[in-house]
Design a protein around this ligand. Structure first.
Ligand SMILES: [Zn+2]
Ligand SMILES: [Zn+2]
Length: 325
């Protein structure tokens, strides 16, 4: 499924089967998660997206062909392909171990073709090995919702009482990691979304309510997954002195003006951008220990537009995933 223009709609195309270049794997895609970032690509919110593009950056599949120099993987290995598709290794961010901020990075499903397809090419150095005791559909959301959610959680450092704004794919994974780490999750959803609030409680949130509500106690940190800038000052009003409010999406509506008093007390607002390969390895390890189980909501590849619409309208409880082949 390819995006040709900013028409906000993917169209099916048939392309010749690609061959892996040096260092690449050709992967037969079995599952691809549907992430909010895909909506931003389709909606034209991301100027860096290179059209025409096949979206999708939570790819699970099996190696169908190994390019020269990519022999760290074998034919038929199960692999995960994440958002980070390439880094230069030579810019000042790469040299400082901050490859998530690389000046010359390439991103799967945004600047290089992704996984809303039967086959995908990937630089083997950015692919992950995946645990065997989970299904492909269950694992797909790990590759962005999990990895980038985990990076956001690390920015919240040792917060014991964590607010999460927007209870989608990332939050449903992170709540399980938090439960394992004995943190308390306070889940904020759209005001009328009692279904998401019940889902949050089921996964271990100690409190769930509307984003208009005040939590029952002061929070040590908050992560904002919803792409709604107005939630940033709301979160700031509920966090303690010294706390961080982490904005974890790639795009957000403007943050409204707010009084300095709600930032005072060494409160911080920051963003999370992309992931490092190290984040991925750490998350895959932690997720297994925490026995994270995602709730995939499957769609056929031909129904990719419907999956995006359902995500946009907040109709997904868990994580939308394209089941392919
Ligand atoms: Zn770089
Ligand atoms: Zn994503």
């Amino acid at each position: 499924m390819i995006l040709n223009s900013t028409a906000s709609r993917l169209v099916p195309v048939t392309l010749a089967a690609p061959r892996p270049s040096r260092g690449q794997l050709l992967v037969k895609v079995t599952a691809c998660g549907v992430c909010r970032t895909d909506l931003h690509v389709v909606d034209g919110d991301l100027p860096q997206a290179r059209l025409p593009i096949i979206p999708g950056h939570e790819i699970v599949g099996v190696v169908a062909e190994v390019g020269a120099g990519a022999e760290s993987f074998c034919l038929a290995d199960r692999v995960g392909i994440p958002w980070l598709g390439f880094t230069c290794g030579t810019c000042r961010f790469c040299l400082a171990g901050r490859e998530n901020l690389c000046d010359n990075a390439q991103f799967t499903g945004c600047t290089i073709h992704g996984g809303y397809a039967e086959y995908a090419l990937a630089d083997s150095r950015y692919c992950f090995r995946l645990p065997t005791d989970y299904s492909d559909l269950e694992l797909a959301p790990w590759l962005c919702a999990g990895l980038i959610g985990y990076r956001a959680l690390r920015m919240a450092v040792d917060a014991e009482r964590l607010g999460i704004y927007g209870f989608g794919a990332a939050a449903h994974i992170l709540t399980q990691v938090c439960r394992y780490e004995q943190r308390h999750v306070y889940a904020f959803t759209r005001p009328e979304d009692t279904q998401a609030q019940a889902f949050a409680r089921k996964l271990g949130a100690v409190w769930a309510g509307s984003s208009d509500d005040a939590p029952p106690c002061e929070l040590d940190a908050a992560i904002v997954f919803a792409p709604v800038g107005a939630l940033v000052p709301k979160a700031l009003q509920h966090v303690a002195k010294g706390a961080t409010v982490v904005c974890a999406g790639i795009h957000m509506s403007d943050i409204p003006q707010f009084p300095y008093s709600i930032l005072w007390g060494e409160r911080r607002v920051c963003s999370v951008a992309n992931l490092t390969r190290r984040d991925g390895l750490e998350f895959i390890e932690v997720a297994q220990r925490a026995e994270v189980h995602t709730t995939p909501v499957p769609f056929a590849l031909s129904a990719a537009n419907e999956a995006l619409t359902a995500l946009r309208e907040g109709r997904i409880t868990g994580a939308a995933v394209l089941a392919i082949g």
